[in-house]
Design a protein around this ligand. Structure first.
Ligand code: AMP
Ligand code: MG
Length: 371
């Protein structure tokens, strides 16, 4: 395996699953040792319920700078600070507006990040020079135990190299960051599979800057109308003007082979996608497909033989949480094949579908087809 960094990476297994109590992990040796690494200014990759994070002491500008180097991340793309208890927030924010209190009470620990006015103790390196700070309390026992033992807010972007899909398994982190971090805590596959929802709480109304693990509908049940930043809905393009969330202006992961995203509803969607794959194959392309279980059943019923295509199944269209959990793994899998054209099946935008479609649209920056 290629090792292109100067750090000696330790990989430690910590068995724990989402929903488990983090108390029992607090004395676990890998957690205590990883916390020491964080306190000394080192880098620790760890599981959260969304994707694996690449953590450093978020109040230590030098340690935070090392995250950007390890990932190859643009310096003005800010990081999220992860905390393990409500009490920890007062040190890092200047103000906690009532709407942020309501959202934190409803969704923490969980896949929701709140953008708030920053306290002076937070280095500008962490916030990409912004006057605001993004904060989240993850719902993973390993993450909570680690942050608690470190005793500092942990700055952590996704633990992938910039431009690669977010990691949902420790093996993905090893592939991208071996030799670039001190420790990788392997806590098994993550649960949610897409990143947290980022909500700007500094205005009159909450605004979604990035759709993610908590749906717009769920947010609205707590705080009424929630807006979506217009750049989210135009996510196939890289915005040219000023953006409220710096991450929006960067080109996201794109698979090695050009990808087409086919939107619509069955049965037209299935027919269009099948026809497209057949046409590409006739032109000599090696076709890779990222599809739902329902599409595979449709092929079976229509006695269509898909064996000449490389197929990866995202899960069921009626269980978006299954698809969210699989999309990054599927994208990595397609990159490992000698594919020349990728076709991805779009899903309805309701609930988690908004976050899923946002990631698929970015991956298919080249081409989106509507049926
Ligand atoms: P990642 O760390 O890769 O999960 O991405 C974190 C996302 O949160 C990026 O899109 C950032 O631009 C966004 N973000 C972090 N801090 C802020 C902030 N203070 N204001 C707006 N967006 C932020
Ligand atoms: Mg990321």
């Amino acid at each position: 395996m290629e090792i292109d960094g100067a750090r000696n990476t330790q990989i430690w297994r910590v068995s724990a699953s989402v929903g488990e109590d983090s108390e029992s992990l607090k004395e676990a040796l890998p957690i205590l040792q990883a916390a020491e690494v964080l306190k000394r200014g080192g880098l620790v990759a760890f599981p959260t319920e969304t994707v694996y994070g690449l953590g450093a002491n978020g109040l230590d500008a030098k340690a935070v700078a090392d995250i950007f180097v390890a990932k190859g991340r643009p310096a003005d793309n800010p990081l999220i600070l992860h905390i393990a208890s409500m009490g920890a927030i007062h040190q890092i924010v200047r103000e906690m507006p009532p709407l942020a209190i309501s959202l934190a009470r409803a969704f923490w620990p969980g896949p929701l990040t709140l953008v708030l006015p920053k306290a002076t103790i937070v280095p500008s390196k962490t916030t990409g020079g912004l006057d605001t700070v993004a904060v989240r309390m993850p719902a993973h026992p390993v993450a909570l135990a680690l942050i608690d033992a470190a005793g500092v807010p942990v700055a952590a972007p996704s633990a992938n190299k910039s431009g690669r899909p977010s990691p949902t398994e420790a093996a993905h982190v090893v592939k991208d960051l071996l030799g670039r971090v001190e420790v990788i805590l392997d806590g098994g596959p993550t649960g949610v599979g897409v990143e947290s929802t980022v909500v700007d709480c500094t205005g009159r109304r909450p605004v979604i800057l990035r759709p993610g693990g908590v749906s717009k509908e769920a947010l609205e049940e707590i705080v009424g109308i929630v807006e979506i930043d217009p750049h989210v809905l135009a996510s196939r393009e890289i915005p040219s003007g000023p953006v409220r969330s710096p991450g929006m202006k960067y080109k996201h992961y794109a698979p090695k082979a050009p990808a087409v995203l086919v939107k619509g509803d069955p049965p037209e969607l299935f027919e269009k996608l099948t026809r497209l794959a057949a046409e590409m194959q006739i032109k000599g392309e090696k076709v890779g497909l990222m599809v739902s279980r329902e599409l595979m059943e449709y092929w079976e019923k229509q006695t269509i033989d898909p064996s000449q295509w490389y197929i990866t199944c995202m899960g069921s269209r009626v269980h978006p949480q299954e698809i969210a959990a699989n999309i990054y793994r599927c994208l990595r899998e397609l990159d490992e094949q000698d594919i020349t054209k990728i076709i991805m099946e779009g899903v309805p935008r309701a609930g988690l579908g908004l976050a899923i479609m946002n990631r698929l649209e970015k991956a298919a920056a080249h081409c989106i087809l509507e049926t």
